[in-house]
Ligand binder design. Structure first.
Ligand SMILES: NC(=O)c1ccc[n+]([C@@H]2O[C@H](COP(=O)([O-])OP(=O)(O)OC[C@H]3O[C@@H](n4cnc5c(N)ncnc54)[C@H](O)[C@@H]3O)[C@@H](O)[C@H]2O)c1
Ligand SMILES: N[C@@H](CCC=O)C(=O)O
Length: 356
């Protein structure tokens, strides 16, 4: 596919082309729909049959097969850090086998935050947090999982979160008034419920809302709110990928050090939100939290980016921040070629400055 052509002067024509870069793939249970969409769009865009393929397979079997193929052109992965690290390591180990250097894109996990300033609008904070933390049972890479609230606002925000939480209908997702449903599988159920048990057994943590779980019919876990006196407890630091929100009420005099903790306490940088009406604080937070979120929200929940409007992705251990849904993404999967064609015959090897 040739997409650009420049004639620089009468002597040269420089042409740039972009062409496909070999095997691309995007495995993810959580992204099956987008796999199908990519497949459909590719066909509609004119790619011949066989260029984009849907290949259902066991994850590690597929990963081992493609990373050991000399024809691997790139990996476009959505999933956990552990799996992406395994794939990247395998690519490194096989580097001498490949016909070209594979492009690697990772869209990985997050420990997404809501940071509340004393000037914040309390209702916005409560409603945005309920949606972000508990929609899709918290199984969204961008879901809010940790929250920092000034102690002065905590009683109001806590009461509001608990009241709204108790109104959420958990059940059959085909019913329109259902807000959230079961988690995806037994593995997720075990992982998420282990964090709830950790909260019950830790002196720094209190389960203040929800906390029950039941796998007798489907893997159901109540939307759960945990209050923490330790901002570095593992429940405030590790990705849970489930409906568990941990809140650290901070002292107002510790505002700046708490803001720094947002970036320092986790290795992730996917999404984050600040809630404030104080414009000077918002400017300060934007600067201070620059490296903590690929998608940063102001007075809005940390989820809900729309393809084509808000390119999505994060840095640090959240991925390679190539921004799916944005204009640069497709270029990562092309291979530009620069071509020079000379129209003037060459008559000697000496350059003009070398003449006697
Ligand atoms: N950043 C994003 O855009 C984004 C979006 C959705 C989910 N996520 C992240 O995905 C994770 C949850 O998804 P998950 O539990 O399915 O993750 P996962 O890493 O366990 O699995 C992701 C996909 O990779 C496959 N897989 C597993 N091992 C593999 C291997 N060795 N080689 C090749 N493929 C392999 C799985 O079958 C699955 O399809 C969370 O960390 C979440 O934050 C990120
Ligand atoms: N577009 C999603 C993120 C994509 C991953 O699941 C969001 O709602 O923020």
């Amino acid at each position: 596919m040739r997409i650009q052509r420049y004639v620089v002067n009468k002597k040269f024509r420089i042409t740039s082309t972009l062409q496909g870069n070999g095997v691309l793939w995007k495995p993810s249970d959580t992204a099956l729909l987008s796999n199908y969409t990519i497949f459909k769009i590719a066909r509609e865009a004119g790619l011949p049959p066989g260029v984009v393929n849907f290949v259902p397979a066991d994850g590690p079997v597929f990963g081992d097969a493609v990373t050991s193929s000399p024809h691997l052109g790139g990996i476009n992965f959505t999933g956990s850090v552990a799996t992406f690290n395994r794939l990247w390591t395998q690519v490194g180990q096989n580097i001498n086998r490949y016909r070209s250097y594979p492009r690697l894109i990772g869209e990985c996990g997050g420990k997404n935050y809501h940071f509340v300033h004393p000037s914040a609008d309390v209702t916005t904070v409560i409603m945005g947090t309920i949606r972000s933390a508990f929609e899709f049972c918290g199984q969204k890479c961008s879901a809010c999982s940790r929250m920092y609230v000034p102690q002065s606002l905590w009683p109001k925000i806590k009461a509001g979160l608990l009241a709204e939480r108790s109104k959420l209908k958990i059940g059959d997702p085909t019913e329109f008034d259902t807000f959230t449903s079961a988690v995806i599988d037994d593995k997720a159920f075990q992982r998420i419920s282990s964090y709830i048990e950790h909260a019950r057994n830790s002196k720094n943590l209190s389960v203040i809302g929800g906390g029950k779980y039941d796998d007798s019919k489907g893997y159901f876990i109540q939307p759960t709110i945990v209050e923490s006196t330790d901002p570095e407890d593992r429940i405030m630091v590790e990705e849970i990928f489930g409906p568990v929100l941990s809140v650290y009420p901070y002292r107002e005099q510790d505002l700046d050090s708490t803001l720094r903790l947002v970036g320092e306490s986790t290795p992730y940088a996917l999404t984050g939100a600040v809630f404030a009406t104080d414009q000077r604080f918002l400017q300060h937070a934007l600067e201070e939290l620059k490296q903590t979120a690929g998608n940063f929200y102001i007075n809005d929940k940390s989820t809900g980016s729309v393809v084509g409007q808000q390119p999505f992705g994060g840095g640090r251990m959240s991925g390679t921040n190539d921004k799916a849904g944005g204009p640069h993404y497709v270029l990562r999967w092309t291979s530009p070629q620069a071509i020079k064609e000379t129209f003037v015959p060459l008559t000697e090897w000496k350059y003009p400055y070398m003449s006697d």
